[in-house]
Design a protein around this ligand. Structure first.
Ligand code: GLY
Length: 578
């Protein structure tokens, strides 16, 4: 359905609802669709918001217009996405937020990743024969980690924001209470996941009409339980989610269905301030997420390997460039399988993995003309230890702050389980642990001891919210959903801008590739020329064309102008400048 037709069909509904807000929303929505087809970015001088949902972009934009900073706008966007995009926006999941302040010359990371419950055990996802049970780790109450989103957003606002929690949550409450018009993407998502969601009465009641039929584009979607939960948090503070009625509802849901999360787990949850991984690529400073995400480590590691090649000369998406990217990716993902986990539990050779010397040693093993079979690649030896849906948004303000935030409930609609009476979905992030070393998770990622299940541990992530600086100034704000593809998707936007000089809209739209060591497969999106694919095959790559990867919402700042690029892979995405 194209934007204009959708706008017309919605006009009728909106007249019935009499909602001026909805009318505005739909105008922006159709603009978003048209915008996505253009290859030039949106411009702004006083701020820029890029999210995967136009209503969240709008909420955040209004905060900036009223003089709020990027952190205020980010928290507002995150709560709004929890209402308008329940497949990935959330209060029942977790994530990572990078905040850069030019004034303070610092980049900090808030880690609000979920944690394993205190009663979690190493073999909790093994069946009686010792095999990993995917249904339990993905679609049961045991799949849920203790949610971190509300605490993480609260920390961001309290330490770096200027508005109250009440102000930041007001747009989300309104959207949940009064409803919003269903988009084609929203409607299709619920149709696609019907089996998973209808398995649970609590989810069925929220996502389908009383007679079980679908919400269609233009229908009004109201979430009363979620509105009540958000209101309680707004009135009583973050503690409400972890110690109040909301926590009680979540724990009752667990008790009823054999889940592990207790009131104690909820009360003990705390987000952490982390130091982001820092690297340097062709004179640009790269800041990205540190463990418990593997994202930043491997973005920097791959860039370090590639820095040794004249990538811009080889050209964007040429067979030579793609070959070298794939070879670098393979080595990084092999290391990920052995070394990465929650640094509060395991020692990670972070300095070694991100050092230029180690990258040079890996580069030596790369044949510039021939693919190395993954079966012959093992995790490398960096210097000794030093002592499947997610959503990303990027926001900058006129005060020199930038926020890069990726958060998730793991799969589309997480575990598919709505907490009865609370109106939000439980994550299924426990599947990101290695249920059994050597058995791939939902993204085909292999993991080992470092990422085994342990009580109160954070499961390994690939989320890579990234901020690139040049000469002390914020230059690029980026990140993506996409499970194991997050790292390589983020990497390619950085390379598209730095190596290939693409503007931000072209950089996010360009066809992407991905290799994760195992399976030994070079995954590509549609759009590569047949002769490029042929050359890659001749070099020994097994090339597979598959569905689109990631949805990278990005901002580039140059000469004081902010350029926003919403990924056309998401029809609801919107970049809006001030
Ligand atoms: N759940 C996907 C990730 O965190 O990488």
């Amino acid at each position: 359905m194209d934007g204009r037709f959708f706008q017309l069909s919605c006009t009728k509904i909106m007249a019935m609802a009499g909602g001026v807000l909805l009318l505005l929303s739909q105008t922006v929505y159709s603009a978003a669709i048209l915008e996505g087809q253009r290859m030039h970015p949106v411009e702004g001088k006083n701020g820029m918001v890029v999210t995967s949902h136009f209503l969240a972009t709008q909420s955040a934009q209004e905060v900036l217009e009223k003089g709020g900073n990027a952190i205020d706008a980010a928290v507002t966007a995150a709560f709004s996405l929890a209402v308008t995009q329940p497949r990935s926006g959330n209060i029942g999941g977790g994530g990572f937020m990078l905040i850069s302040s030019e004034k303070k010359n610092e980049v900090v990371a808030i880690d609000y990743r979920e944690k394993a419950p205190g009663k979690a055990t190493v073999d909790m996802f093994l069946d009686k024969d010792g095999n990993a049970d995917k249904i339990v780790s993905r679609f049961s109450h045991l799949a849920a980690g203790v949610p971190g989103t509300v605490a993480g957003l609260g920390m961001a606002l309290e330490q770096y924001g200027t508005i109250s929690l009440e102000e930041a949550m007001a747009p989300a409450i309104k959207l949940a209470e009064e409803g919003f018009a269903v988009t084609p993407r929203f409607s299709n998502g619920l149709k696609k996941r019907e089996k998973r969601l209808k398995k649970w009465d609590s989810s069925k009641r929220i996502f389908y009409k009383p007679d079980g039929s679908y919400y269609e584009p233009g229908d009004l979607f109201v979430q009363k339980d979620l509105a009540a939960t958000l209101k309680r948090i707004s009135q009583n503070g973050i503690k409400e989610f972890y110690e109040g009625k909301t926590a009680e509802l979540l724990v009752a849901e667990m008790a009823k269905h054999g889940g592990l999360i207790t009131m104690e787990d909820m009360k003990n949850y705390s987000p952490e301030l982390r130091t982001p991984v820092h690297g340097n690529y062709r004179g640009y400073d790269i800041y990205s997420m540190s463990p418990p995400s593997s994202g930043g480590t491997h973005v920097v590691q791959i860039l370090n390997i590639l820095e040794g090649y004249p990538i811009s000369e080889y050209g964007h998406n040429s067979a030579q460039t793609i070959h070298l990217m794939a070879e670098a990716m393979k080595r990084a993902y092999a290391d990920r399988s052995l070394y990465l986990g929650d640094e509060d539990f395991v020692k990670i050779p972070l300095k070694g993995l991100t050092s230029k010397t180690y990258a040079a040693s890996l580069r030596e093993k790369i044949d510039i003309n021939k693919a190395t079979p993954s079966s012959t690649i093992s995790p490398g030896k960096p210097l000794p230890y030093e002592s499947n849906e997610t959503t990303h948004f990027s926001i900058v303000d006129k005060f020199g702050n930038a926020v890069s935030n990726t958060y998730t409930i793991n799969f589309s609609y997480g575990s598919g389980i709505i907490v009865e009476g609370a109106g939000f979905l439980l994550n299924n992030e426990m599947d990101d642990f290695s249920a059994k070393p050597g058995v791939p998770n939902a993204y085909g990622l292999l993991g080992g001891e470092a990422n085994k299940v342990e009580p109160n541990k954070r499961m390994l992530s690939s989320m890579s919210p990234t901020i690139v600086k040049k000469g002390g100034k914020n230059f690029l704000v980026t990140g993506s959903p996409g499970g194991s593809r997050i790292i390589t998707t983020t990497l390619q936007v950085i390379m598209n801008v730095i190596d290939h000089g693409l503007n931000i809209q072209s950089a996010v739209a360009a066809s992407r590739i991905h290799h994760q060591w195992m399976p030994d497969q070079l995954r590509v999106e549609e759009g590569l020329s047949p002769d490029t694919v042929k050359k890659l095959q001749e070099m020994g790559h097994e090339v597979k064309t598959k569905s689109a990867m990631g949805a990278i919402q990005s901002i580039m700042i140059r000469d004081g102008v902010m350029y926003g690029g919403a990924d056309p892979r998401r029809s609801t995405g919107l970049a809006a400048g001030l």
